[in-house]
Design a protein around this ligand. Structure first.
Ligand code: PPY
Length: 493
């Protein structure tokens, strides 16, 4: 791209008939791509003939445009001195956010994951909060994830030293949890997922890289240090060649586990996210033509159309044929499918309801865990060191993790808690979150009478209330005070 273009040249191409945009200092002709854009054409047309970097950046990996647009549409570089500088008006929302950033408590005052959540909500754009916090339909499952399992602690076991380190898929992990994939990290923090990479590296914690991370896969891997371990989460593309390239590239770059998301053939309806999109549209005062079918879909649904809903058990041998990485199916919700997964020869499963974001009123991972372990045991499939069971959803405390491990999980995935930690404080937030978990593991293991992860056993918990789906427990006040109830639509009065 040696061709140098000027601002006035680009601004001539400001319509559906000829649409050029500037992204990261380069000019692209996206006219023919408009109707293919997963997020719809309207958002691109808003920036036709102008610089779209700011809107593009948080919701696309840096290489999305270069890989999706044929090279002949890469028109050249922009001569920055010829582009009129738009002085951006600081919105009221932005001013409030800046005040909130300055008013954050010192990190040592953050005592738990709920604190991160409430601070993140105050300092990130409303749109980011809507996307991150949203769950599907009536948001029953996201709340059910904070479910009731009770401890049965043992005493007098000399717990002067306790050790909560473990291995996950054969990889050392300082905590019995991994940082699970969450998408679009730059919506909430300018450095996005790199904050996790840098924070996790300092503490021997494993990061799962999301297909839809805002930072590019290579930028994340390039930032690695201390020989840290990565897993990768995969959304399977309709174009299997793209998936194959991605998987093989991940393996070549040293990723140690492939977590294939199997619970999202279509993305759930997340109404907080969808309503936010509507607010945004009306704020734009643009005449609504109503032609862009994706206009009210929210951030997530808008960019999910590449995901292949035809994925089936028949595809598993193909994945096995393209990679030697352990394969884990993420999003198993029944004993029946856990058995099929075992028999398909994969190396693990994640019992997950996708943080309550997919099928609402699906059960919690913990509840599913109990039936899965029983069913696998009955067939002689459990325990099996070559088949690991993970759980995720709703984890805010080390006690949540310990319960899952006691019931048979190898480790637990934690997504939103780390997302909110980095939104609130960047890398330091991630490190503080790890430290808090560590403190909680130490205390809870002592109080439970478990010196090592291997000491955790089903007898240490009472899971009898699981499956009843009735609230018989005291309110979880911290969770409830940050949980924001769904809102009903508002009339324009
Ligand atoms: C989610 O939002 O739950 C995701 O898994 C990420 C995502 C983001 C955008 C499109 C599809 C999936």
């Amino acid at each position: 791209m040696s061709n140098v273009l000027t601002g006035p040249q680009v601004s001539e191409h400001n319509s559906r008939d000829s649409c050029w945009i500037i992204v990261h200092g380069k000019v692209y002709d996206v006219t023919e791509f408009l109707d293919e854009h997963p997020g719809g054409s309207r958002i691109i047309l808003k920036y036709a003939g102008a610089d779209a970097t700011e809107a593009y950046e948080p919701i696309h990996p840096p290489d999305a445009i270069t890989t999706n647009l044929p090279v002949e549409k890469h028109l050249g570089v922009i001569d920055a001195s010829t582009v009129a500088q738009v002085v951006k008006e600081v919105t009221e929302e932005e001013k409030q956010r800046q005040l909130a950033v300055a008013a954050r408590p010192p990190l040592e005052n953050v005592l738990n994951m709920h604190d991160f959540e409430v601070i993140a909500k105050a300092v990130i754009p409303e749109k980011a909060w809507a996307y991150y916090s949203s769950a599907s339909d009536d948001e029953i499952t996201i709340r059910e994830n904070r479910t009731a399992v009770w401890f049965r602690p043992r005493i007098l076991r000399d717990v002067s030293t306790v050790d909560w380190s473990t291995t996950i898929l054969g990889q050392k992990s300082s905590l019995p949890l991994y940082i699970s994939a969450t998408a679009l990290g730059k919506l909430g923090h300018p450095e996005g997922e790199l904050t996790i990479t840098r924070g996790a590296a300092n503490h021997g914690v494993i990061q799962m890289i999301a297909t839809l991370a805002s930072c590019s896969f290579d930028d994340i891997i390039d930032a690695q240090s201390n020989n840290q371990t990565f897993f990768v989460q995969l959304y399977v593309n309709r174009d299997r060649e793209i998936t194959k390239r991605y998987v093989q590239h991940a393996e070549a770059r040293g990723v140690k586990g492939l977590f294939i998301t199997v619970d999202a053939p279509q993305l759930g309806r997340r109404e907080k996210d969808m309503r936010m999109k509507q607010v945004d549209d009306s704020a734009g005062a643009e005449v609504q033509k109503g032609q862009d079918v994706k206009k009210d879909q929210g951030v997530a649904r808008a960019i999910s159309s590449f995901i292949d809903p035809s994925l089936s058990w028949k595809d598993i041998p193909w994945f096995r044929s393209i990679t030697k990485m352990p394969i884990i199916l993420k999003g198993i919700a029944t004993a029946e499918d856990a058995i099929l997964a075992y028999e398909a020869g994969v190396q693990g499963i994640v019992l997950s309801n996708h943080g309550g974001r997919q099928l609402d009123t699906a059960r919690s991972g913990l509840e599913v865990l109990v039936e899965v372990v029983a069913a696998l045991k009955a067939r002689g499939y459990y325990p099996d060191p070559k088949f690991e069971i993970f759980v995720d959803g709703g984890v805010r405390r080390a006690s949540d993790v310990l319960k899952a491990i006691a019931l048979g999980a190898k480790a637990v995935g934690v997504g939103r808690a780390f997302l909110y930690a980095f939104c609130a404080y960047g890398q330091e937030g991630v490190e503080r979150a790890i430290q808090i978990f560590r403190d909680e593991f130490e205390m809870n293991m002592r109080l439970l009478g478990a010196r090592t992860i291997d000491d955790l056993c089903p007898e240490m918990v009472d899971a009898g209330a699981l499956g009843q789906h009735i609230v018989t427990v005291p309110q979880d006040n911290l969770f409830n005070s940050t949980y924001q109830p769904l809102q009903i639509t508002k009339l324009k009065l």
